[in-house]
Design a protein around this ligand. Sequence first.
Ligand SMILES: *Cc1c(COP(=O)(O)O)cnc(C)c1O
Length: 432
Amino acid sequence: MKFYSTKNRIERVGFREATLKGQPESGGLFFPVTIPTHPDQLFRSMEHLSKEEIAFDVLRPYTSDDIPAPDLGKIVTDTFHFDFPLVPVTKSIASMELFHGPTLAFKDVGARFMSRCLGYFAEKSNKLTTVLVATSGDTGGAVADAFHGVDGVQVMILFPEGKVSSIQETQLTTYGENVKAIAIEGNFDDCQQIVKRAFADKDLQQKLRLTSANSINVARWLPQQVYYFLAWQQWKDKDQLPVVSVPSGNFGNICAGLLGYKSGLPVKHFIAACNANDVVPEFLKSGKYEAKKAKATLSNAMDVGDPSNFARVVELFGKDTDQLKKILSAFSVSDHETKDVISEVYKSYHYLTDPHGAVGYHALEKYTALHPGTKGYFLETAHPVKFYDVVEPVIGESVPVPDSIKELFMKEKKKVVLKTEFEEFKEFFLNH
Ligand SMILES: *Cc1c(COP(=O)(O)O)cnc(C)c1O
C-alpha cells in the first residue's frame, strides 16, 4: 500500500517510509491511496478466528509491500497479546474494554504495533533509530512500555516536570535502558517546542535517524481499527448492527473505526463523544470548522482544541460533509454530566467507568434517546484507576490498583531534568 499526503497527493510513500517519517514533507497526514475491502468471508468466519488472525487480515493490505507475512504475524501477536472483552452494562449498552494492556489504556495498541514495526525496520537496516516524543501524560507511558527492550530503537520522552500525575510519572521513569525520561522545567507546549526544533535541526538530522511516535503516525493509527472488528466478533445480535460511541480528542481512534467501516465492518452509526472541547460537534452542526484553544476537563486525554486526525476523517469521506453526517454524529458532554454518569452507572449497574468512558457512555445515551430501540457499545479507553483522583470522590470508594502498577511503584525512578532552552537539550541529546 502506498500513502499520499493529504496536502499533496503526488507525494507518495510506502508503509515503511510513512512510519519512519511520521509526517509528510508537505505537512498534512499520510493517507492510504486505496481503502481495502475485506472479503465477506472474514466477517462470516469471524467466530472461528483468533484475535491475532483477525488483526493480521485487517492490517495485511497496508503493510504487505514492506513486511512479509510471517513477520507481520509476529508483530500482531506481540501487539494484541491482551484481552479485548465486550462487556454488557445495560440491556442496550455494552463496554468495549480497551484497558487490559500494560499501561491500562488503548494507546498501548498503537504504541506496541509501531514499536514492533520500527524494531523490524531497524533490524533490516542495522541503523539505530531514535524516537523523540513529547507527552502531557498518557501517551508517554504507552510509548515507554511499548519501546522498552526493542532492539535498534532508543526513545527520548519529554514531559513537563511536576505536571503529570504520579502514576504517569512512574510509568515514564521506571523503564530505563533504551527509554530515557526527560523532565522539562516548563509546560507541555515547551516540550513540544523542543521536539519540533529537534526535527528541524540539520545537525541532529544528520547524526541521528530521528522519528516521532505521535498519534498521527500511520503505524499507531492503523492498528486501532482492529478492536472494532474484535467487538463485532463478540456482538451477539448480528441482525441489529451496533451504534459505536468513541471518546474522542485527537480523533485518531474514531478515524480508525471509520476506516474499518469503509472496509466493510458492519456498524450502524458512529458517535464522536467529546468533552467540552466541541470543535467537531460544532462543525457537524454548522458546517464550519473552527479550531479553539483547548479547555481543561476531567477527561483530560481528550482536551484537544484542533484535532489533528480529523483531516483524515474528512478525507475518508471525500470531503463530503453530508456523506459523513449519515454515519457520524457528535455530542459534547460536560464535566458535570461526566461525574453524574460515573456515579449513576456504578450505582445502577455496578460498572465503573473512567471519565473518558463516561463521556462515551453518555453520548451513546443521548443518541439512543433520539433513536429509541438502538443498541450499541462505547469504547472504555482507560482503566478507572488511572483517574482515581476523579473517580474515587464520585463513588465514595477507593479503586483497587492492579498488580502491574504496584510493581512499577517499587522500581527506581530515573529522569534527567532540563531547562526549556533548546541548546541545552541538544547538547544532552548528542551526548546520549
Ligand atoms: C488519547 C485518549 C483518548 C482520545 O483518543 P483520540 O484518538 O485522541 O481521539 C481517549 N481516552 C483516553 C483514555 C486517551 O488516552
